[in-house]
Ligand binder design. Structure first.
Ligand SMILES: [Zn+2]
Length: 291
């Protein structure tokens, strides 16, 4: 499934890997507060929350930026055929390559793959299986990854943390070994059009990427939010946030900036339409899905 958007004269597409009513509130948000949520749950757009199942809808998507002469993929989902501990991610066989082609992108056209962070659901399509080896999916691309995340996940992998989910060894290391990796460490801008912003918390090196064009803004917000419920209740971290205190302050700072700039917020995990805007709402914030 593809969505198409524009920020000034830069075109953007999102490629949906999958989405579904999969996440029980307290499991994904350990600080979930039912009383607080019930006061505002009616504000969630249709199809974002199924109370009779007690499940939030959460998805995974890749973003593509068309900024001639560059074709940039932002985050690369779970990938096909990868052994993963979560059943919904294990050895997928999705149509992401066909949808990319439908969006006008063949693997050889991609000039940059830019990662917000190095969790398994953001690096998967970095590689595909060729024989018994994981090889780069986009052979002509430079793959840009946050240096701090690379060091963090490398240490985790070397300490045996990869035994359960070997995403570092099947999706990150093959890129480094192929000589295609560049590390983001202090650059203000990458791929000629993405302004780099620190978004530490969910992981130790998470980054956001802003696009500014013709007076309009958009931002790849990574996993500052997994679901718009966190826009209504910004104190809730996910169970996957590595640095809880920093994740919370990053979220609050981001909400302020995104609401002030009116930027199109393009996260990795929101349900259809998969992106939207953050608006001021009393002392807090509200979510307005893009149309
Ligand atoms: Zn994620």
């Amino acid at each position: 499934m593809i969505g198409r958007w524009s920020i000034g004269d830069i075109r953007v597409a999102n490629i949906v890997e999958y989405f579904g009513p999969t996440h029980q509130p307290e499991t994904v948000f350990p600080e979930f507060d039912r009383a607080a949520f019930s006061q505002r749950e009616d504000e969630l757009p249709p199809g974002h929350w199924y109370p009779h199942m007690d499940r939030f809808v959460i998805g995974i998507q890749l973003w593509v930026v068309f900024a001639p002469p560059n074709v940039i993929v932002v985050d690369t989902g779970v990938g096909n055929g990868k052994p993963r501990s979560a059943a919904r991610m294990n050895r997928l066989n999705t149509l992401v390559p066909a949808w990319l082609e439908a969006a006008g992108v063949t693997p050889d056209m991609v000039t940059h793959v830019v990662m917000t962070h190095l969790h398994a659901d953001h690096v998967g399509w970095n590689t595909v299986l060729e024989g018994d080896r994981w090889v780069p999916t986009f052979p002509n691309a430079r793959y840009l990854m946050p240096k701090r995340d690379f060091e963090y996940f490398r240490q985790l992998s070397e300490a045996g943390g990869a035994a359960k989910d070997p995403s570092f060894t099947d999706s990150v290391l093959p890129i480094v070994q192929a000589g295609l990796a560049d590390f983001i460490d202090g650059q203000a801008e990458v791929a000629d059009c993405l302004r780099v912003a620190d978004a530490i918390g969910h992981t130790p090196g998470q980054l956001n990427y802003w696009i500014h064009s013709q007076g309009q803004s958009g931002v790849f917000s990574a996993d500052i939010f997994h679901h718009p419920a966190q826009i209504l209740n910004p104190a809730w971290n996910t169970a996957f946030c590595v640095l809880p205190h920093e994740a919370r302050s990053t979220r609050l700072r981001f909400l302020d900036e995104a609401s002030r700039t009116g930027a199109l917020v393009m996260p990795c995990h929101f349900p259809p339409p998969h992106c939207g805007f953050i608006r001021r709402h009393g002392d807090g914030f509200a979510y307005e899905p893009a149309t």
